[in-house]
Design a binder for this molecule. Structure first.
Ligand code: ADP
Ligand code: ASP
Ligand code: MG
Length: 815
């Protein structure tokens, strides 16, 4: 004998019920079956809504009844041949009329008692079980229907009635002993008191009905057929990477379901546990999937953590005060009050000082609990021995569950560090003495991030998901996206990094996709998206609250650089090739670095100096290892280097600058390069990263541009001025020739002073042979005294800059 239970989605409509019938008919060939069914999907919610509306004198309950009626009539019509429909349709209509009469009563009285509510809610299962039993009869003559209320007897705790097992087991065994149908269909969720008043077993309680029957009949198996492939390592609706757990113990399953794994109604395990009846959780829509087996024969798994679950809508109530210390009975009184008010306590912690006790309950019980507790401790509160209780609503409990966790050290440490790294604030912690469960209370807004990062840490082979929010998709940005697209698989396979681009924005448009933008068609997605807005961009990043979020700035825009602070404060890392922030006022630079540390959000800007060359990282390592940078000499402008390497008698200065722009070696505004500002910013960043405090104004900038060129206010005028002052540039070139030297724009730092200027570099100098758009930096430090540490290579260009940004992103992934 087997007991099978089909949930709301499994019986949502005629099409799904046909799948259910297939499963039942197939199994009925081998076994006698009891088939327990839920109400059609959402019907119990609709009944609840109709009842509440009726009691609130809102006539729209009638529309809900009409909707419920239509749903059931439509389903029946599709399952039963027309010739046999009429009596069945009238039966359904009679049931609906009865329902409507009850709701009319609520409407007239303006009241809804718990007892009436249970009667109203029972209609969902009564209707569904009737239809399914009739549909089954069409295919299997030897099948019948039994109303669970005649067998399952409870007390009168309406809404969540407690089962009288002695009587219930006796009723069930007696009935089945005399029934010889191959399949008996029964409604789940509903039962009755000894006087025959309808009760319910609690929302989601159909699982329990099936377990009660299975337990009473010593069934060989209990099968819970639902809409997912078993009990998952986390709620699959919230954690996309969650996967079904093949085998799990009763205790673990109980713990997961108590802590929110809705796939199994928590009391379901009790009736089958003692009799050792295995529970199989199966998917109606994928019957061939193996699902989850809950039993005592669990094969040992290397991972001590079996699953992660969570409960929403939690309120923490803290009672504290000196009056609690050493006074026996405070906790007893607290729990007594809660029990009198029928409030279920989900979570308890008490500090060892006994100074405070903290409990977690459902939000819906919060006001009641607060009033009751404050009343119970009224005298102590008046005497200032205890404070009025502190109530914090809208929290959530997340729990790690696993039988074997007690034999492993460091799991809680891992759990807390994972949450900490993701800036998830833990409000309270509890670990059961059984060590089967470690639970934390966190803010509701952090739930998704917390569950996903815990899942990643404990179940995903250390694969780390990085979520990128990219602003700026010009030359460099485009290359960056191309590189991600190309390397995605490699990173996943080799570095265990799962890189996703969640948002892209240019100056006109912005596009978000929480599941990751398809990088093959990002251009059209961006084109067809909403208008760009930097503030809204920040809000959206905040709201998504994804783990390992990285804001990537590939613009040269000052306004964008002013937004970093907001990201860092939200624990969103910032990777940027935009130099403005790091070369702005020292206080601002320092503030960003401090925020990065405080909020555990990396702030990386390797591409600020030397594009993809590892210059900043090298300085960081020198400083971190205790070295001291005493002198820096560098050619840091790939653009100026390109320009002066190509400027000769055959080409005009103007044409060379134009060409550098075309090839993407200059800033969008070339004056920023030619005026030396760009180089000044770069050396400033190196100086700051070396540990010195300096402002941009302190860097001496001896510009080689005539004042008239400097004074232009747009690109067009600037280029015109280069033509007008042709002879000035030719003069510089002639002087270099005469001195048998080459022109290099050099940045220097020594003895606390810095300068940038165009220099005539003689043949024997390491800068003389600097080709194309290369950069070179010489660091003279305490350790590199005579021979400087030298870094040289391509210092400009879209591809190398993009790969430098890429490297920063990977650095974050490897932390
Ligand atoms: P039914 O109507 O079949 O009883 P439920 O909605 O009660 O189905 O339970 C199945 C749902 O439970 C799944 O669709 C899923 O959203 C949710 N769920 C929550 N946690 C888990 C988990 N750990 N494993 C599987 N499902 C879960
Ligand atoms: N129909 C009931 C509910 O929605 C019972 C169940 O589906 O298990 O809560
Ligand atoms: Mg359920």
């Amino acid at each position: 004998m087997k007991a099978l239970k089909f949930g709301g989605t499994s019986v949502a409509n005629a099409q799904n019920i046909k799948l259910v019938l297939n499963i039942v008919l197939h199994q009925a060939k081998q076994d006698k079956l009891v088939v327990v069914v839920s109400a059609l999907s959402k019907v119990t919610d609709l009944l609840q809504l109709a009842a509440t509306k009726a009691a609130a004198k809102d006539e729209s309950y009638k529309e809900i009844v009409a909707e419920i009626e239509k749903k059931h009539l439509d389903t029946l019509k599709e399952l039963i041949p027309v010739s046999q429909q009429s009596s069945l349709l009238s039966h359904i209509k009679r049931i609906i009329n009865h329902l409507e009469t009850l709701l009319d009563g609520c409407f007239l009285l303006g009241e809804l008692s718990r007892r009436t509510s249970d009667t109203i809610l029972s209609f969902g299962e009564l209707l569904s079980s009737y239809i399914i039993a009739e549909a089954l009869k069409q295919n299997l003559k030897n099948s019948s229907y039994k109303d669970s209320r005649e067998l399952i007897k409870t007390n009168s705790n309406f809404g969540k009635a407690a089962v009288n097992f002695e009587l219930t087991n006796q009723n069930i065994t007696e009935f089945f002993a005399s029934d010889d149908s191959q399949v008996v269909v029964m409604p789940g969720f509903i039962a009755s008191t000894l006087d025959g008043i309808t009760t319910t077993l609690g929302r989601g309680g159909s699982d329990y009905t099936a377990a009660i029957i299975a337990g009473a009949l010593h069934a060989s198996d209990l099968e819970i057929w639902t809409d997912v492939n078993g009990m998952y390592t986390a709620n699959p609706k919230i954690v996309k990477q969650a996967r079904p757990i093949a085998s799990i113990s009763y205790q673990e399953a109980m713990e997961l379901s108590h802590f929110g794994a809705k796939v199994l109604f928590p009391p379901t395990i009790q009736p089958v546990l003692r009799k050792n009846i295995p529970i199989h959780i199966k998917n109606t829509f994928e019957p061939e999937a193996i699902g989850t087996c809950i039993s005592n024969n669990v094969f040992h798994h290397t991972n001590p953590v079996k699953g992660i679950s969570h409960i929403d809508n939690i309120t923490l109530i803290t009672l504290e005060g000196s009056g609690m210390i050493g006074v026996s009975g405070s906790s007893k009184r607290l729990f007594e009050v809660l029990s009198q008010e029928n409030i279920n306590v989900i979570f308890i912690t008490q500090a060892s000082s006994e100074h405070s006790i903290c409990i977690g309950i459902l939000n819906t019980d919060a006001d009641l609990a607060e009033n009751a507790i404050n009343k119970a401790f009224e005298i102590e509160i008046l005497q200032n021995k205890i404070d009025s209780c502190i109530v914090e609503k809208n929290l959530c409990i997340a729990a790690l569950v696993g039988e074997n966790m007690k034999n492993h050290q460091g799991l809680s440490g891992k759990m807390f560090s994972t949450l900490g790294k993701n800036n998830v604030n833990i409000r309270a912690i509890a670990q059961g003495a059984s060590e089967r469960n470690i639970s934390v209370v966190i803010n509701e807004r952090d739930v998704k991030k917390a569950l996903n990062s815990l899942h990643e840490r404990f179940f995903e082979d250390n694969t780390k998901q990085l979520n990128l929010f990219v602003m700026g998709v010009g030359n460099v940005g485009e290359k960056f996206i191309e590189q991600i697209n190309q390397q995605k698989k490699f990173l996943k396979d080799n570095l265990k990094i799962n890189l996703r681009v969640i948002a892209l924005s240019n100056s006109r448009k912005m596009h978000f996709d929480e599941d990751g933008i398809d990088l093959k068609s990002w251009q059209s997605a961006l084109e067809n998206s909403e208008e760009a807005n930097k503030e809204l961009f920040i809000e959206k990043v905040k709201k998504l609250n994804l783990r390992n979020s990285i804001f990537v700035d590939i613009t040269a825009n000052e306004t964008v650089s002013r937004t970093y602070e907001h990201y860092l404060r939200e624990n969103v890392a910032v990777v940027t090739c935009n130099k403005i922030a790091c070369s702005s006022a020292y206080d601002n630079y320092k503030n960003l670095k401090n925020l990065s540390r405080k909020f555990n959000a990396p702030f990386l800007f390797e591409t600020n100096v030397g594009a993809g060359l590892p210059i900043i990282d090298t300085v960081k390592n020198l400083v971190a290892s205790g070295d001291k940078v005493n002198k820096i000499q560098a050619v840091l402008s790939g653009s100026l280097n390109f320009i002066f390497n190509n400027f000769d008698e055959r080409s005009s200065f103007h044409d060379v600058v134009k060409e550098a722009g075309v090839q993407g070696f200059t800033e969008p505004d070339p004056k920023i390069d030619l005026s030396g500002i760009d180089v000044a910013r770069k050396i400033l960043i190196l100086i700051r990263e070396s540990g010195y405090q300096m402002e941009i104004e302190e860097i001496e900038n001896k510009s080689f541009l005539p004042a008239a060129c400097m004074d232009t206010s747009n690109n067009e005028d600037f280029f015109k001025s280069l033509i007008e002052h042709k002879s000035h540039f030719e003069g510089i070139l002639a002087e270099a020739k005469e001195k048998d030297s080459r022109l290099k724009f050099v940045a220097q730092f020594e003895n606390g002073k810095a300068s940038v200027d165009l220099q005539f570099i003689p043949k024997d100098h390491p800068f003389y042979n600097l080709e194309g758009k290369d950069n070179i930096v010489l660091f003279y430090t305490d350790r590199y005294v005579d021979q400087p540490l030298l870094i040289k290579g391509a210092g400009a260009g879209a591809a190398v800059t993009a790969s430098g940004i890429f490297a920063d992103v990977i650095r974050i992934g490897n932390v």
